[in-house]
Design a protein around this ligand. Structure first.
Ligand SMILES: Cc1cc2nc3c(=O)[nH]c(=O)nc-3n(C[C@H](O)[C@H](O)[C@H](O)COP(=O)(O)OP(=O)(O)OC[C@H]3O[C@@H](n4cnc5c(N)ncnc54)[C@H](O)[C@@H]3O)c2cc1C
Ligand SMILES: CC(=O)[C@@H](O)[C@H](O)COP(=O)(O)O
Length: 652
């Protein structure tokens, strides 16, 4: 059997850019490319416009990095023998019809009407001024696609043109093959870069956002030299004399074709922006589908199989984002993770209220995969999105939707940690202050690895053997949280553990440290043995929770001290968090069914065969257990009682 190294599904700009980069790194690559002319790449205007597009946050950072890569990328293509792709860092003018309140803009310069007219004469009379983005520009996406394809071919990338991927087959958490009309292909890695069609192969929230476009022929003196990015239309002059006018934004599914209304809107908006073009010749009208996602950011990184990488959902900015995507994805194939990946993982679409739902999970037959029913398939009832939003966990006055806390240690890779945290749906992650400070193995760069604007840090005093040390480390932890932007975070998970064999906490040292830390204004979450009296004392000195252990840390023995934990739950006025020893989702659910307010689970997730899926499973189990607790289980009886009523039964 011919096993390929990397199969890329999709031969748009994203698939081609990745293929070329991998090939240049001496990897073997095959592209399945159904039809380049249907690609958004073929329809795009080619603006490289992070600021003009008003991108923000991580999306802006990603786009700026990609923009910065463009000059060297284009030069590389030219060295590899590629023809001119009309790359032009010409700057972008963004005229507006109303003067903004604030005329300072990072990366842009405000020009009033008069100054703007120097840069671009003959703009419409409604224009009151505009922004000048000198670092932005454009490229010709059709030429770029053609050049990427021919270089890739010449370097030996196998391009299967006209071939569609119909489905994947799977085995043991991996993609086994990809099925095509002309047979089955097998590879070590699969990269899904199918643009808007990606959602047809994998249940990803990628949908087509239709854009209609047209081009006009500019007069020979080419009066437009820069991109003009208006409020509701843009004009992109190309070297060959075309002026691209774009674009409608239509969230109407796979509706084909151009329409009179679409063209009318484009032309009206374009003439208002730049009246002279009313006399220019209309050359071509076309449309394409932008690969849209709910937050308009791409999906990058591993999918729900360990050899499936996703590079899709680039929406309005795929031409701009091609170089950075190629870099990030090629690095990932080589086992190097990029700090952008957590923000762009598909798992971000799984919120705590809408629990993480990787589309496919293994069922009891280890080799088979089972689909979760969609809400539609499930008679409209979404079994996994039970509304738990008004059943939040409150610790020290702070509200959390998720009742699962996780840790960061013991994971095989930083990426598996990042993805597991997201898959679990947890909002509180505990971090060993000492290990981060010492850059202990597995903790290098940990502070940067998670998005602390979404995750609440719970610094812990792991490694402290007495009260004094724990107090000192708690203070360092508070500084660490502040440095990472959590100014008001005064939480500490207090661990005082002199015993290295069983990692059992010292009750006296814990109580002493807790008293002091409470006085210093900490919200103390003490890790203790399941001792009801100790828990009561800790509550009395002002601890924010109590955290009785289920069994020794990392032992996976489950909840061994049920009787005491029940008493603690019954008598506590602060939240009870069962911490340590939970080994499986059934044990997690059981802890919650007992009435615990929350769980802290680390080893069982981090050391699982597939930490990400185990994290998801623990998240679901925590919710299931909570719901069951609230629903009220039936009492346990010694004897059977028939399920159907006995009255009316015919007896002989
Ligand atoms: C009107 C319009 C204007 C735009 N303007 C800009 C712009 O100015 N600047 C910018 O940065 N971006 C722009 N974009 C967005 C940009 O075009 C896209 O983000 C980008 O092209 C996405 O690239 P892609 O390779 O992921 O997808 P596409 O370019 O859509 O390519 C996907 C390819 O995969 C193939 N494929 C899909 N499924 C399969 C399968 N199962 N088997 C085999 N092949 C498959 C398809 O046939 C297609 O050829 C614009 C888009 C549109 C529609
Ligand atoms: C990370 C952390 O705080 C652990 O010390 C915690 O007690 C979890 O225990 P498990 O690793 O057994 O889940």
């Amino acid at each position: 059997m011919n096993i390929r190294e990397n199969i890329i599904i999709g031969g748009g700009i994203i698939g081609l850019a990745i293929a070329l980069e991998l090939k240049l790194r001496n990897k073997q690559v095959t592209i399945l490319s159904r039809n380049f002319k249907q690609a958004a790449t073929h329809a795009a205007a080619g603006m490289l416009a992070p600021r003009a597009e008003n991108l923000t946050g991580e999306m802006l950072n990603l786009a700026l990095q990609s923009l910065a890569l463009y000059p060297q990328w284009i030069e590389k293509l030219s060295h590899l023998g590629g023809e001119d792709v009309d790359y032009n860092p010409c700057g972008i003018i963004a005229p507006v019809y109303e003067t903004p309140d604030n005329t300072s803009h990072d990366g842009g310069l405000w020009l009033d009407k008069k100054n703007l007219a120097h840069y671009q004469p003959d703009l419409g009379e409604d224009v009151v001024g505009g922004w000048w983005y000198p670092e932005e520009g454009q490229v010709d996406p059709r030429r770029l696609g053609t050049v990427l394809l021919s270089i890739a071919q010449s370097l030996g990338v196998e391009i299967l043109e006209g071939v569609s991927a119909i489905a994947f087959t799977r085995s043991q958490g991996k993609i086994k093959d990809v099925i095509t009309p002309s047979g089955t292909l097998t590879a070590d890695n699969y990269i899904l870069a199918g643009g808007s069609w990606s959602g047809k192969l994998q249940p990803l929230p990628v949908r087509p956002i239709k854009g209609q476009m047209l081009s006009l022929k500019m007069p020979s003196d080419k009066p437009l030299e820069r991109v003009i990015f208006g409020e509701n239309t843009y004009l992109v002059p190309k070297k060959d004399g075309r002026l691209i006018v774009g674009a409608t934004v239509e969230d109407i599914g796979w509706v084909k074709g151009t329409t009179a209304q679409g063209v009318n809107t484009l032309l009206n908006n374009a003439i208002r922006l730049y009246p002279p073009l009313a006399q220019w010749k209309l050359e071509e009208i076309w449309y394409g589908y932008r690969p849209g996602t709910p937050d308009e950011m791409p999906i990058l990184g591993y999918g729900d199989a360990e050899n499936l990488i996703l590079a899709t959902g680039h929406h309005r900015n795929g031409i701009l984002l091609a170089p950075i995507t190629a870099k990030i994805i090629s690095n990932l194939v080589e086992g190097k993770t990029d700090s952008f990946l957590p923000s762009f993982s598909y798992l971000r679409f799984n919120s705590p209220e809408n629990p993480p739902l990787p589309p496919l999970v293994k069922n009891s037959n280890k080799n088979q995969i089972m689909n979760y029913p969609t809400p539609q398939q499930n008679n409209g009832y979404h079994a996994y999105s039970h509304d738990v939003s008004d059943d939040g966990l409150v610790i020290a006055g702070r509200k959390f939707k998720s009742r699962l806390m996780t840790g960061t240690g013991k994971y095989p890779t930083m990426e598996s940690m990042q993805q597991s945290v997201m898959a679990s749906g947890c909002e509180i992650v505990t971090v060993a202050v000492r290990r981060v400070q010492n850059n202990a193995p597995g903790h290098e760069g940990l502070a940067e690895a998670l998005d602390w604007s979404k995750i609440w840090m719970l610094p812990n005093t792991a490694g402290c053997t007495n009260a004094e040390e724990a107090i000192r480390v708690a203070r360092l932890g508070r500084e660490m949280a502040k440095l990472l932007g959590q100014e008001d975070n005064n939480f500490v998970k207090l661990e005082v553990i002199p015993d290295s064999k069983y990692l059992l906490p010292d009750p006296i040292g814990t109580l002493q440290a807790a008293e002091q830390l409470v006085k210093e204004g900490f919200a103390v979450l003490p890790y203790v043995n399941a001792d009801p009296l100790l828990c009561k004392r800790l509550e009395e000195v002002g601890c924010a929770t109590v955290m009785p252990l289920g069994s020794p840390i990392g032992s996976g023995q489950g909840i061994q001290n049920v009787a005491n934990i029940k008493i603690i739950i019954e008598q506590s006025k602060v939240p009870v968090v069962i911490d340590a020893g939970i080994g499986s989702p059934s044990e997690a659910a059981y802890g919650m069914e007992l009435g615990a307010d929350a769980l802290l689970i680390n080893s069982a997730i981090a050391l699982a065969e597939n930490p990400v899926i185990m994290a998801q499973s623990m998240g679901l189990a925590t919710q299931a257990g909570r719901l069951a607790y609230k629903a009220g289980r039936i009492p346990i009886k010694n004897y059977a009682s028939a399920s159907s009523p006995l009255t009316g039964v015919v007896t002989k």
